[in-house]
Ligand binder design. Structure first.
Ligand code: SF4
Length: 228
């Protein structure tokens, strides 16, 4: 879930995109759902603790990079108690390629320790308890709730933030306010599916720097299209 650091050179300025109607928003996401019928979380994990750890590690990097390091991390520390008792230096060494490894190593170990101390090593299934864990904010919690427990939610990562503005779904910049706008626009049961579909479109066509509007199947609907 890599965060964009450079403003798009080709996309229209997002702040001026007019809000679209609910009907048009539905039309756009329906087309995207047809384009990515198999959209799903691209992190590799075998249990909910591993999912939570991988999502924390995915800040400021790609899921591909996370999957590379978690191969070894989860082999050595397959359960929360294993990571909770691990040497911090060992953890840092393994996750170093994901960037910000000092902070991330502390976060994932303290999160594992809290899981063991408060929840018997089990990942809780509700937002209230999840966001009390070290390194876990609403975005991370929503991914875990959606993927592990089927609880609908918006994962407002860098792609959802960027595309929601381009689509005219929101004019907000604060992730919590974006989440609130998106919640009003779509029915609750669809939030997770639409969220991951938008993330896939951000990774595959609607890039931060140069969105591929010519190839985009919603270029006739999208208010930020450069193809018309
Ligand atoms: S037309 Fe497609 S690629 Fe271009 S800005 Fe809109 S959604 Fe992104």
């Amino acid at each position: 879930m890599k965060k964009a650091t450079t403003k798009s050179k080709n996309a229209k300025p997002t702040a001026k995109i007019k809000p679209v109607s609910k009907a048009k928003a539905k039309q756009m996401v329906d087309e995207l759902c047809k384009l990515y019928p198999d959209a799903q979380c691209e992190l590799t994990f075998d249990n909910n603790y591993q999912l939570l750890t991988a999502v924390i590690l995915s800040a400021q990097t790609t899921d591909i990079q996370v999957n590379k390091v978690t191969q070894l991390l989860f082999k050595k520390f397959p359960q929360a108690k294993d990571l909770a008792e691990a040497s911090l230096d060992d953890i840092k060494e393994i996750i170093r390629p994901t960037g910000y490894y000092n902070a991330k190593a502390n976060n994932i170990q303290q999160c594992a320790q809290a899981l063991v101390a408060r929840h018997g090593g089990i990942v809780p299934d509700n937002m209230e308890e999840l966001i009390k864990l070290p390194g876990v904010g609403r975005k991370t919690a929503n991914v875990v709730l959606g993927v592990a427990f089927g609880v609908p939610g918006w994962s407002v990562d860098t792609h959802v933030q960027r595309l929601s503005k381009r689509f005219g779904f929101t004019q907000e910049t604060d992730p919590v306010k974006i989440e609130q706008d998106l919640q009003k626009l779509f029915p609750g049961q669809d939030w997770s599916k639409i969220s991951i579909t938008i993330i896939w479109h951000g990774r595959r066509l609607c890039y931060a720097r140069k969105p591929d509007c010519l190839q985009c199947p919603i270029n006739k609907l999208c208010p930020s299209s450069e193809a018309c």
